[in-house]
Design a binder for this molecule. Sequence first.
Ligand SMILES: Cc1ncc(COP(=O)(O)O)c(C=O)c1O
Length: 355
Amino acid sequence: MPEIVTDLRSDTVTRPTQGMMAAIAAAELGDDVFGDDPTVNRLQDRIAALLGKEAALFVPSGSMSNQICVKAHTQPGDELLCDANCHIYSYEAGGPAALSGVTCRTIDGDHGILDVSQLEDKIRAADDHLVRTRLVALENTHNRGGGRIYPLEKIQAISGWAHENGLLVHLDGARLWNAIVVTGVPAHEWARPFDSISVCFSKGLGAPIGSALAGSREFVQRARRIRKRFGGGMRQAGLLAAAALYALDHHVERLAEDHRHARVIAEAVADTPGLILDPPEVETNLVWFKVDPDWATGQAVAATLRQNGILVHIAAPQKLRACTHLDVSAAQTEKAAQTIRQSLRRLAPAHSPDP
Ligand SMILES: Cc1ncc(COP(=O)(O)O)c(C=O)c1O
């Protein structure tokens, strides 16, 4: 097997660059549980300003960030409305139920995107038998939706309706940076319709660890207490905040490069019989594709690519994801596209013809 040359499994696999390591080494530190790490405070102030919110909180991961927000917005026995494929429901180990006693009422979005008309009849009546509908959670860009960007007018319609009906609205913006770069719509515009937002530094921005949540001062104060309870209070966390600040300075605009690379990979997938891009258009850095079960298994496709030095993520038996990021160069992208086009032609069919 050749040495792995290109890891397209996720944008979380990046290693800190030398510049980022230098920023980490130079970070001014303090004990953030006491609130006196200057680098963490600088990052929190910057995120609050960027997102146009009163306050922000640095947390270890995107999952913790989302789950803190769910807990801070709800009481046990409440319900949240979300797309069936969203990260909060699908990929956070049952967090809403386990950590907040919250049930998720899932709705099938169009590649993760909900329309307000799908939500309008989903608020439970005030009745002693029923859960209380409390929160709507959206995701932008949508990971399992194929990296799709939520149309801003759909977000505004959902948020307007939710607030008129006494619901709160949370955004999982793990990859909001990608949406900002594609659309040119600034972070605070995307954030305005939401009561809370979570953003990640450890995906496309290339930091090793760290996310942040933002909202009103009062909300963030509650979130801080929940972070402590969840075990997310970190001490000299300025080391990590320095990486996040460096990423904000150096790694946002360059996401456009990842998006270009993703389109190159997507073209190779589209040119390969037996692979089906899903969704057909690639808007950001995630390329999701299905494998025709009459041709091959997802495992077989991934194994063939692996033998040829390309790693992809197997998300479901017939569903794969390739993801471009900071550690994938233009040359690696071209090579990966060529490998997809050439190596899979030689793949044996999943079902041998009858003898
Ligand atoms: C959309 C989305 N939200 C949240 C997360 C969770 O982030 P973390 O891995 O830092 O917990 C991810 C992780 O990939 C994600 O894709």
